[in-house]
Design a protein around this ligand. Structure first.
Ligand SMILES: [Zn+2]
Length: 730
């Protein structure tokens, strides 16, 4: 048995398409970058950046922006600090208490933790809160609605209960927090309490801070209620007024599971359905007579965002921009989220700045961005991309993003055309824990994860397309720039939920050094990973995009869309048939007073995805041809390089719908958008999918035509690029 695993891994490694060898001069530059990235510097920067609270509007967020700007300048970068005024709503009053004899009140502050002196800070620390909550003061019954998703409200209705006129208590999991008050409002609730159940990231997971990494009973999860779910074309140009929460009218607070336990114990009524039970040591109930007082006042105030933009002009192609970003604002100190990633940016900027001073300036222009206002709803990067949209449309070549990062496996999400670039970089770097290459560890992880599910894996690692959640949003979804999100972590690609003290006071330097990345060896690795990605793109003759993974990903998305739509239709038909036959009433348990569910919309038209499937197959053939030709091409003439780059740079914009997706015009990419359904990160083929969901059948057919035409156009561009590569030039 012992020989099997290595043999299997070799097979897996061989399935990855051959990399173009990195030119010797490039390898040498990368060695020099490695040599100038020192863990002691990273440590000093992380200490400094996390030494005081960093929310938008705080003095230290501004000090960090100034420090980052001054550092970049001293390393030879041209720096602009671009300011944007935004309306911010942090609460000045928050109350949540039981009404009656037990008038227990929730506490919105987090106690100090022994051994972590930062946690004793009170000056400038925001309480546990939801930014942009509406003002309000209500006395109303409290009702528990699990995660506060549509299916939970449906289940509640079937038990004959309603949230009309009540305050809902919901877990923080299952979907973005901005989803929860909006659904509660639709169902007639008058207030929302969001809490972190220990099942998600508390004692159920492991020892709590400071013994372990996990959430204590009084660790609070801050967040924003204003986010891209309500973006539209209008708000993109007027968001400086930042009324991206105008639709919310109820007060919302966040509490820890220590307080939640007290409120849950006060709830009477029937026991919750099994699937709603959480990790606290009591039987959860839906609610009866217990009433609460909930009050929030959040004055809207103007604050300034400081985006720090460092530019290093390219020596040969200054009009082509390689952009690399990470935000610098945090909810409190923000060591995990986002300042470890910000120290990596500093290390890269210094190393690359030193190379430039020594005469090795990158061939394309580098733009390094330290964004502000990400936590309030991706405000800084949206403001900057909006302001520079026209220039970015013809200059932006690539966007690389970091946010929360830890230790473990390289995890990426992004445009599948970048998969091969990532594989190449990961193959050249050593993992600090095992000494194996980062790529070997990634492949092993993928194989083991699949084996645990009884599956085999084959083919290249195809990054998942980007959804919502960080500063890549405007680059990927609005501008259509090939974008990549990179982090290290122990969990799976795209899963950010397991940062144990997410958005709390305890996201400190001490916590990070103990549990995030002790010794910062992975922050160091992250900086070297980013620097390679950035420099390989900046210095390439022909941009290192490859399209086999892209074509495979498109094929999978077509299947995912078709399967999803068919399943939705089947469910509606099935449920309605059962209702017609009175089956739900007969199957109900009498003493629980179960009500039948409501009818679903089963009006349906078939959307023929055949033409898109055909176009995808042709695209795959062309992609394999191009990837082969690009990886085996010898020395090209300058004319060839220019012509190939022009063709492949036209591929990404081919998938943009200029007028925006019909159901949400701020988003313009035919192949990717954040999920529309609650809890869904990405939506496959959102133009078509949104239209099907809206039962806009003609529009769905039109979106299929547009996506097919875009795929055909991309295929033609790939064939054109391949021709230039394979035909000897005079
Ligand atoms: Zn973040």
């Amino acid at each position: 048995m012992r020989v099997l695993l290595p043999a299997l891994l070799l097979t897996i490694a061989a399935a990855v398409p051959a990399q173009t060898a990195v030119p010797a001069a490039q390898s040498e530059l990368e060695q020099r970058v490695d040599a100038s990235i020192a863990t002691a510097d990273l440590d000093g920067w992380l200490r400094r950046l996390t030494s005081a609270p960093n929310q938008v509007g705080s003095p230290h967020d501004k000090e960090n922006a100034d420090f980052i700007a001054a550092s970049l300048r001293s390393w030879g970068w041209q720096v602009a600090v671009e300011q944007t005024r935004v309306l911010v709503a942090y609460p000045t009053v928050q109350k949540l208490s039981l009404l009656g004899t037990d008038n227990y009140a929730a506490d919105f502050s987090e106690p100090p933790i022994e051994g972590d002196k930062d946690t004793a800070t009170r000056d400038g620390v925001l309480p546990g809160m939801e930014a942009y909550s509406a003002d309000g003061s209500v006395d109303a019954p409290l009702i528990f609605v699990n995660e506060g998703l549509s299916k939970d409200y449906d289940e509640l209705a079937r038990a004959g209960q309603s949230v009309e006129g009540k305050v809902v208590l919901v877990k923080s999991t299952g979907a973005g927090r901005w989803v929860k008050p909006r659904l509660a409002q639709q169902h007639g609730a008058v207030g929302v309490v969001i809490y972190s159940d220990p099942d998600a990231d508390g004692f159920t997971k492991g020892d709590v801070y400071p013994e372990g990494a996990w959430r204590t009973p009084h660790t609070l999860q801050r967040g924003t209620l204003g986010i891209d779910s309500v973006l539209d074309a209008k708000s993109a140009t007027t968001f400086q007024a930042n009324r991206h929460t105008d639709d919310l009218h109820l007060p919302v607070v966040t509490i820890g599971y220590g307080d939640a336990e007290h409120f849950l114990r006060a709830l009477g009524g029937s026991a919750v359905p099994n699937r709603w039970q959480g990790g606290l040591p009591l039987t959860y109930h839906v609610g009866g007579d217990a009433k609460v007082h909930l009050e929030v006042r959040s004055p809207w105030e103007w604050r300034t965002l400081y985006n720090v933009i460092g530019t290093l002009r390219g020596s040969e192609f200054p009009g082509e921009w390689v952009i690399r970003g990470v935000h610098h604002d945090a909810w409190v100190f923000g060591a995990w989220d986002p300042l470890a990633g910000t120290t990596a940016l500093l290390a890269e900027a210094r190393a690359i700045g030193e190379l430039a001073k020594a005469g090795h300036r990158p061939r394309r222009t580098l733009v390094f961005a330290s964004w502000d206002g990400e936590e309030l709803g991706i405000l800084g990067s949206r403001a900057w991309t909006d302001r520079h949209a026209a220039e970015l449309a013809h200059k932006a070549v690539f966007y690389l993003n970091n946010d929360t990062t830890g230790r473990g496996f390289l995890a990426t999400a992004g445009d599948p055309s970048l998969a091969s670039l990532v594989d190449g970089v990961a193959g050249d770097l050593r993992d600090p824990e095992t000494g194996a290459t980062v790529q070997a560890r990634r492949l092993a992880k993928r194989a083991v994860d699949a084996a645990e599910k009884g599956k085999d894996v084959e083919g290249p690692i195809v990054p998942q397309r980007l959804g919502t959640g960080s500063d890549y949003l405007p680059f990927a979804h609005r501008l259509g720039v090939p974008s990549l999100h990179v982090r290290y972590g122990y969990d799976r690609d795209g899963d950010d939920e397991n940062v144990p003290i997410y958005h709390s006071l305890y996201d400190t330097y001490t916590h990070y050094q103990r549990f995030g990345d002790p010794g910062l060896t992975y922050v160091n690795l992250l900086a070297r990973t980013n620097a390679r990605l950035v420099l390989r793109v900046a210095n390439a003759d022909v941009l290192p995009w490859r399209y086999t993974a892209f074509a495979l990903s498109l094929g999978k998305d077509i299947d995912r869309l078709a399967t999803g739509a068919a399943a939705e239709h089947r469910e509606a038909v099935r449920r309605n048939a059962l209702l017609d036959h009175d089956a739900y009433r007969l199957a109900a348990v009498a003493y629980r007073h179960e009500q039948p569910p409501s009818k679903l919309d089963d009006a349906w038209q078939d959307i023929d995805l055949g033409p898109l499937h055909d176009a995808q197959r042709d695209f795959l053939t062309a992609a394999e041809g191009y990837d082969q030709a690009a990886s085996s091409a010898g020395k090209l003439t300058a004319k060839q390089v220019t012509a190939v780059n022009k063709a492949i740079r036209d591929i990404a914009p081919a998938f943009l719908q200029a007028s925006g997706l019909p159901q949400r015009p701020w988003y313009r990419h035919l192949l990717q958008a954040p999920g529309r359904r609650e809890g869904e990160d990405t939506a496959p083929l959102p133009g078509i999918g949104d239209a099907i969901e809206a039962r806009a059948w003609e529009q769905a057919r039109e979106e299929v035509r547009l996506t097919t035409a875009a795929t055909r156009r991309a295929t033609a561009l790939l064939k054109q690029a391949t021709q230039i590569l394979v035909i000897p030039q005079p």
